[in-house]
Design a protein around this ligand. Sequence first.
Ligand code: WTA
Length: 653
Amino acid sequence: MSSDPKKIETVLTENRIFKPDEEFQKKAHISSMRDYQELYKKSIEDNLGFWETAANELHWFRKWDSVLNEESAPVYKWFVNAKTNISYNCLDRHLNSATKNKAALIWEGELGGQRTLTYNQLFHEVNRFANALKKLGIQRGDRVAVYLPMIPELAISLLACARIGAVHSVIFAGFSSESIRDRVLDCEAKLIITSDGGWRKGNVLPLKNIVDEAVAGCACVKHVIVVKRGQGDPFPCHIKEGRDHWYHRIIDDVSSRCEPEQMDSEDMLFLLYTSGTTGKPKGIIHTTGGYMVYTYLTTKYVFDLKPEDVYWCTADIGWITGHSYIVYGPLMNGATILMYEGAPNWPDKGRLWKMIQDHSVTIFYTAPTAIRAFMKWGDKWPNKYDLSSLRLLGTVGEPINPEAWIWYHRIIGKDKCPIVDTWWQTETGGIMITPLPGCTPLKPGSATLPFFGIEAEVISDDGSQADAGILAITKPWPGMLRGIYGDMQRYKQTYWSKWPNKYFPGDGAKKDSDGYFWILGRIDDVVNVAGHRIGTAELESVFVEHHMVAESAVIGIEHELKGQCLVGFISLKEGIDTTDDLAQELKEWIGKKIGRFAMPEKIIFSPDLPKTRSGKIMRRLLRDVASGRTLGNISTLADASVVERLKVKYEED
Ligand code: WTA
C-alpha cells in the first residue's frame, strides 16, 4: 500500500468487528481472549521460560545451556550450544506415531497429475536425496542454490540440505539468469538444483536453460542436479557431462538412510535473498534452533492445526512464506500439506476452488493480491464448487483492503471462517502480528495483536510511542534473522540503527484504542508488487544498464489488483527518441533481467528528473505525480519546473 494518507484514513474508519464462530472457538487451542491475554502476559514477563517450554515440544540431540545470549547483540544467540536437526523434527519425529503413514504432501501438477507422499515416504525420499548430495561432495556448511518449480522435489531439496547441514538458498523460479547469478555468486553456491522445466499457464518454463546461462559466469558451481519434470521424455535441455546429473539417477543407487547431522542451534539453516533500499539484494541469514522453534509454534497456534486438517498455503516455496508455512512449520506439526504447481487460472479461473473441493481443504492461506484477482474474476467461479470443508482462512504479504477482506470472508469463508491476517517478513522468520483464530475479534484490514513472546510498538519520528508512526519490535525473538550474508555492517545499519536495541522492520503502522495494529506498508523505497518485495534502487540500476537510458527513478503506486505497481521515470541519453516501442522494450528489459513479475506497468519518459540540490531524486514527488495528488513540499528541489512539466506530461499520457 502506498503512503497516501487518504488511504490510511479509509482503512481506519473501518469499524466492523467479527467475533470467532462458536463452533470454531470450542475446538480451538486458544479459545478465549482471556486465555490469550494470560498466556501473552506470561510470555512477555517470563519470555525465556516461555520459549524454553515451546522448545521442549521438539527433539534436541543436546539441550541448551541458556535460552538466549545477548552478548553479541544484535546478533542474538538462541538455545545456546543446543544440538538439533530440523529435518529430524519434520520427519523422524513422526515415525513412531500414527502420523507415520499419514499424507505429508499431496501435490497436484498444473496438468492435473497427482502425487501423495506419506511422512514415511517423504522421510525415505529426503534421506536418499541427502545421500546423493553427499555423494557429490556437499558437506555441512556448503551453500546449495535451489531453482525449482512447485514440485515435491522442492520441499525434498530443502529438507535434504537441512539433514546434512548444507545451507539452502532458494531462488524463486520466476527470476532471470542474471538474478540467479548475482545470488549464486554472493553465497558461492557449490551446487544448483533445478529441473528441465515446469508448467505455468499451459507453457513450459525452460528452467534448466536459464540456469545454464546463469552458471556460465559462476566458477563456484561444481554440479547441477536436474529433476525431470517432463513426462516420458525430458523437456528439451542440454546435459553437460560431469557437471549435470539427473535427480532420478543419482538417488537410484544410494541408501535410504542418512543420519541427520547434529547441527548447532546457531548453525546457518538457510539464506534467502530479499530486496533492500540499495541496489544489491540482501542474503537474509536464518539459523537452526530458533527458527525451528518459532515456525513450529506459530504454525500450531495461528493455523490452529488439528490432525485431520488439509492445509494449503498458495505461496511459492521460493519466498519466505513457503519456507516457513509450507515446508518447515506444517511438517513439524505433522500436518497434511497441499501443494500446487501451476497458475490459479489454469485451465480456468475455478482451479483453486476445484482443488479445495477435491481435496477437502480445511485451511487456506493466500495473499491479498490473489484475493483481489479472485474478486475481479467473479463470484461465479468459487460459487461453482463446494467449499464447505474450509474452516480457516489466512492472508499474508501486504495490507489487505477491507473490501477484499469482506469478500474473502463472505464468498470463500461463507461467513463462518475466521481470517488470520498475518504480518511478518523474510527477516522475522515467522508470523509476528496476527489474530489467533479461536479468540481474536477481527477487524478487516488489521493484523490485530502480537503473537506470544512478541512485543511491538508504534514509534513517532522523535522516538516516542505514538498512535501512528513506524513499527518497532522491542524484544528479540527466536525466529529473528541473524544477519545479512557477507555484510554484517549493513545488517546493523538496516535493522538496528534507528533506535537502540529495537528492531526496525521498515513498515509504517497505527495502533488503535484496542491495541490493534494496522500495518500501513513500507516506509522506504521498497515496493510490494503482488506480494513480492522489490527494491526500487535495484530496478533503477538495471534500467541504467540499458544503453539508451541515462537515468531512472522507479516508484510504486497503488494498483487495484497488485497492491502496488511500478512506474519507471526514464531520462534517455542525448538524441534518442521516445517511442512506445522503446517503452515496451524497457519493460521487457526489466522482465529479462529481474523477472517478469517485476515489469513496470508504465514508463514515463522525461528529459529531467526532480532532484534535490544535493542530487537526490525526490521519489516522493514522483509518487505525488503518479497518484495525481497535489505536489508536496518542493522547496528543496534544484529546479522546480522539472516536476511541474512532468505532472503535465503524466496527465496527458
Ligand atoms: C508486508 C512476507 C501488511 C510488510 C511474509 C512487510 C504485510 C513485507 C503483511 C515483508 C500483512 C507482509 N499486512 N503488510 N499481513 N504481511 N506485509 O519479506 O510491508 O516478502 O514488511 O515477507 O510485506 O515482505 P516479505
